[in-house]
Structures are given as structure tokens and as C-alpha cells.
Design a protein around this ligand. Structure first.
Ligand code: PEP
Ligand code: MG
Length: 561
């Protein structure tokens, strides 16, 4: 038995056979062709197939992730249909009498070299896109199954073998999209980041997932498969503890099977709480909100029984694009989220990028410590046009639902005053343009830096609510990189330092008479529910699959005792 430790992404117990996914990286060999018309016909057929795949992926992304993510596949289809790109491949086949696979690779390398030579990161990314499209075209040329709409990364899996534990280095958007939850019991990645599509999908679909297991984990699985003549090893995944057990003992297996049964039973029984309110034993009403980043997650939150959206991470609308979304695109997205929640409160946070959340098209200067750099509100305040477009979109959307706006990474009253003055300019602008909007939209700030907690007496009179982001508050208070899997042993499970800061903010919020919620990961931990409620916190915001569990925890709290 071997044990591996990673970073938790989505909890839950899963037991199953490992399914190793490695991208096909074989470089196409050059072969001489004699029947050129037949080779060009193969190329045309592969192009049509790649186009069908991209259109299917686009549709799937639209349904599951939203318009912005779907654009990746649209732009890939544009490259595929670019006359010059395709002509350069066909010309190579014709003039050098080479096989189509080799011609695609050759053309793709030439494009990549050309874009690279421009020394512009944006163009270098275009080279990467061309490479992605070329890989797809080569895969289609190699494929014998011309009717396959979306190539599933599980296509080599025996369908009768039940759900597998998908093990990969990392997953691209199209690979993550091809995952059907009915086939996958858990996702284990050697690398990956918490903002990757795999992580987003795993969380929103409730698939247990662990990232950062390290490349040696995959090497071990591969070796195991070789020794066992292709027989995949059995794995136990404990998503919450971010632990993976390879080749578990009989004893361990039956212990985890019991845990798994109990987990399934629990999930079934929790369904009864879906339409119930979250009220403590002493009658205190609590709101359980959901965190979301896409319209699909908002829909999932609505059907999972969320009282509202406590944190809409607007930055997800900005990922997987080549340029900033326009004011109109943002307006449509925010409006859709508000309409979906049908009058329930939706707290949309303004752009929180920088540090681990990178937007290449913003061309930010390289920083030594990006987590302490020009990120979130600091970036917005230094790019007023970007910030103004988002604020205009938000205020315009406010006419269509119950919106609150939340500002991330606040460290001083000066920042808050700057934001408020920009908001008032935007309101005046919309008023002058006769654009309908709610001028009273509540404006709140994240308490996610020790500075914001310590200054909360000064900040509370300036805003309408506080929302505590325990993820960053922990990172900045404990000086611990939240991305690092190596710091786990140093974390204090009692969270004493964090709780003291939250208490300061909650006390100051109460004195000022403004609500305070918690939207970081700690909100989902039932062992802190009573402490939060005792502090006067009445809103907790968590990933949708955690709502009912938290509702049950709230019902078990008695604030009289
Ligand atoms: C937080 O920092 O706790 C938070 C909710 O924001 P994010 O995780 O998006 O940084
Ligand atoms: Mg944060």
C-alpha cells in the first residue's frame, strides 16, 4: 500500500480502478505518398471531423460553462477554417508528397516559430492555439472512427468496468469537458491549479478531486500497470483529506467501503432539507448562500436550495478569452445570474485577478511576489477603464434582480473611498443616459487581509456589508501560500488567529449595524458553524454540493447553550 498526499479540490470518498490518461504525443513520421488526391481527401475528411468536434465542444461548453469558455472552441474553429493555414498544409502535401499528419505538424511548427519570433506574449498564445488545433487535426487523421463527435479521454476505457478514477498530469478545457460524471468516480491530477477547468468542473459536479499529487504519482501508476500487464491498480480516494491509497489492504478497503456507504446514505437523507430554511435549534435564521463563477453554477445553486449567491467570482468570465469581455457581454452575464436567482440576493464580486489567477491579455508586469502585488482591487484601481466597464455592467444588471457588489482585497479606507467615488460617477453617468439601474445597490467589501479586519471599525461606516474571505485571510495572516501543498503540516486546525480577526470584523459590523457573511472555504466546515453564528454571522456561502450539509449543521446549533 502506498499513500499519496495532494491538495483537496472536492471532497468525497471514491474507490475504483485507476484510469491513466496521457496525451498522445507521438511525433508524426514523414512518409512519402504516391496517391496525392487520396491524401488530400484524407486531409479534407479530417478537417471536417475536427470541425464537428469543435462545434460539439462549443455546444457542450455553452451548456456547462457559459459563453466565455465556449469561445475557446469558436476561435479554434476559426483557425481550422483559416484559408492560409489550411492551404499551407495542403501545399506541403502537394509539393513534398508527404503524408498529411507530417504536413500538419510542419505547418504548425512554422506558425509557432513565426508567432514566437514576434516576442509578444499574446501572439505566442496564438501559436499555442494553432498547435492545439493542429494536434486535433493530427488526431483526426490518425483516428479510424470518423463519426466520433467529442473525443472522450475515456474512449479507451472498457465501459463495463464501472466508474474509474481518472489520473492525469493536467487537463485541458476540451479534455475536462469530455468527462462524463457517470464514468468518473474521482479526478486525480499530478499538477493542475485550483482555477483550472478540471477543478471548476469537479467542484460544480461534486466529483471528488485532488490536485498536485506530483509526477512521481503517475510514474508509479504507470510502472504498476506495466508490472501487472496492463491491469490497473485499485485506488481509494479521500477527497477531503486529499489522500490517495494505492493497492489498499483488504482491511482498509472494507473500512473505506463502509465510509462510502455512509456517505451515500447521508447524501440521500440530506435531500429532505432542500426546501427547508436554515434555522438553529433556538430559532435563529441563517442564510446559506452558494459560491459560483459561471451561470451554470448559479443554476446549480438555485436547484441545490441556495438562499442566494454569496460570492459570484466574476473573474471566471474573464478567463479562457483573448481579450477583456465587453461591458455588454458582462451585463448579459450578470443579468442572467440575477434572473436565474429570481429575486434572491446575488453578491457579485468585481474582478479578482493577479497572483494565481492570470489573465495573459492584461500583460501585467512580472512581479517577484504576485500574491502581494498588483492584484484584485489594486489592479482595478490602476485600470479605471476596465473597472468602470465592469461597474457599468453591474449597475445596468441591477435593474433585473437583487444585486449586491463586493470588492476584493481591501486594505484601507482610502481604497474604499476611491471605489465609492467611482461608483457614484458610474451611477451619475447611467442616470444622465437614462439607463435603468438600482442606485441603492448594496456595496460591500471582502475582509480577506489582516489590514481590513483590523481597520474594520473605520471601514464599516463606509459600506453596506462585509464578506469574510477566509482563503486569503489565512494566506496573508499565516504568511502561507494558499497554492502550496507542502504547508499542510503547518496549518493550525483551530484557526485561532483567523477567528480572532473575524471576531474583530464581526464586532465592528454589529456596532455599525451591517451584515457580515463568510464566503471562504472555512464557511463550509461544520466544525466552525457554531463559532461563526456566535460571532453574529448570519450568512455562510459555500460550493453548491455543500449547502445541505451546512444547513443540517446550522439546525444542530443551539445559541442558547
Ligand atoms: C477568499 O479569499 O476566501 C475568497 C473567498 O476569495 P477567493 O478564494 O476567490 O480568493
Ligand atoms: Mg480571496
Amino acid at each position: 500500500m502506498e499513500k499519496y498526499q495532494g491538495q483537496p479540490i472536492c471532497d468525497g470518498i471514491a474507490i475504483g480502478k485507476a484510469f491513466l490518461y496521457f496525451r498522445e504525443t507521438g511525433v508524426p513520421k514523414r512518409t512519402q505518398v504516391t496517391d496525392l488526391p487520396a491524401e488530400l481527401e484524407r486531409l479534407n475528411k479530417a478537417k471536417a471531423m475536427a470541425e464537428r468536434q469543435l462545434m460539439s465542444l462549443r455546444e457542450k461548453a455553452l451548456l456547462e460553462l457559459g459563453k466565455e469558455q465556449a469561445q475557446v472552441f469558436e476561435s479554434h474553429a476559426m483557425i481550422l477554417n483559416d484559408a492560409e493555414y489550411f492551404r499551407s498544409i495542403a501545399d506541403l502535401v502537394r509539393t513534398e508528397s508527404v503524408n498529411a499528419e507530417f504536413a500538419v505538424m510542419q505547418a504548425s511548427n512554422e506558425y509557432a516559430a513565426f508567432f514566437d519570433s514576434m516576442g509578444d506574449p499574446f501572439l505566442a498564445e496564438r501559436g499555442a492555439d494553432v498547435a492545439d488545433v493542429s494536434d486535433r487535426l493530427i488526431a483526426c487523421l490518425r483516428s479510424e472512427n470518423a463519426s466520433c463527435a467529442i473525443p472522450s479521454i475515456l474512449s479507451h476505457k472498457d465501459p463495463s468496468s464501472g466508474k474509474c478514477i481518472l489520473c492525469a498530469d493536467d487537463l485541458s478545457p476540451s479534455e475536462a469537458l469530455s468527462i462524463e460524471p457517470g464514468q468518473v468516480a474521482a479526478i486525480l491530477l499530478a499538477h493542475g491549479s485550483s482555477t483550472s477547468h478540471a477543478a471548476i468542473l469537479a467542484k460544480s459536479k461534486g466529483i471528488p478531486a485532488i490536485l498536485g499529487l506530483g509526477p512521481e504519482f503517475l510514474t508509479l501508476l504507470r510502472k504498476h500497470a506495466e508490472n501487472e500487464e496492463g491491469n490497473a491498480p485499485l485506488l481509494i480516494v479521500d477527497g477531503k483529506a486529499a489522500e490517495v491509497f494505492l493497492d489498499p489492504s483488504e482491511e482498509m478497503l472494507s473500512a473505506y467501503q463502509e465510509k462510502q456507504k455512509a456517505q451515500e446514505e447521508k447524501l440521500r437523507s440530506l435531500q429532505a432539507l432542500k426546501s427547508k430554511e436554515s434555522i438553529t435549534a433556538d430559532g435563529t435564521k441563517v442564510l446559506i448562500f452558494a459560491n459560483a463563477g459561471t451561470i451554470e453554477e448559479v443554476k446549480a445553486a438555485a436547484s441545490a436550495g441556495a438562499d442566494g449567491i454569496g460570492l459570484f467570482r466574476s473573474e471566471f468570465l474573464f478567463f479562457q478569452r483573448k481579450a477583456l469581455p465587453t461591458e455588454e457581454e458582462q451585463f448579459q452575464a450578470y443579468r442572467a445570474a440575477l434572473e436565474c436567482m429570481n429575486g434572491r440576493q446575488v453578491i457579485i464580486r468585481t474582478l479578482d485577478v493577479g497572483a494565481d489567477k492570470k489573465l495573459p491579455y492584461l500583460e501585467l508586469e512580472k512581479e517577484n511576489n504576485p500574491a502581494l502585488g498588483l492584484r484584485a482591487i489594486r489592479l482595478c484601481l490602476t485600470r479605471p477603464a476596465l473597472f468602470r466597464a465592469q461597474l457599468r455592467a453591474l449597475y445596468r444588471a441591477s435593474h433585473y434582480g437583487n444585486l449586491s457588489i463586493l470588492f476584493p482585497m481591501i486594505t484601507s479606507a482610502r481604497e474604499v473611498r476611491q471605489i465609492l467615488s467611482l461608483c457614484s460617477e458610474v451611477r451619475a453617468e447611467l442616470q444622465a443616459e437614462c439607463v435603468p439601474h438600482n442606485a441603492q445597490v448594496p456595496l460591500g467589501i471582502m475582509i480577506e487581509t489582516p489590514a481590513a479586519a483590523l481597520l474594520s471599525d473605520e471601514l464599516a461606516p463606509l459600506v453596506d456589508f462585509f464578506s469574510v474571505g477566509t482563503n486569503d485571510l489565512t494566506q496573508y495572516t499565516l504568511a502561507m501560500d494558499r497554492q502550496s501543498a507542502n504547508l499542510e503540516p503547518f496549518r493550525d486546525p483551530s484557526q485561532e488567529a483567523i477567528l480572532r480577526l473575524i471576531r474583530i470584523a464581526a464586532d465592528n459590523a454589529r456596532k455599525q449595524g451591517i451584515p457580515v457573511g463568510v464566503c471562504g472555504e472555512l464557511a463550509a466546515d461544520p466544525s466552525f458553524t457554531k463559532t461563526f453564528l456566535q460571532m453574529g454571522i448570519r450568512e455562510l456561502s459555500v460550493a453548491s454540493p455543500r449547502i445541505l450539509q451546512l444547513r443540517e449543521a446550522v439546525q444542530g446549533v443551539d445559541l442558547r447553550g
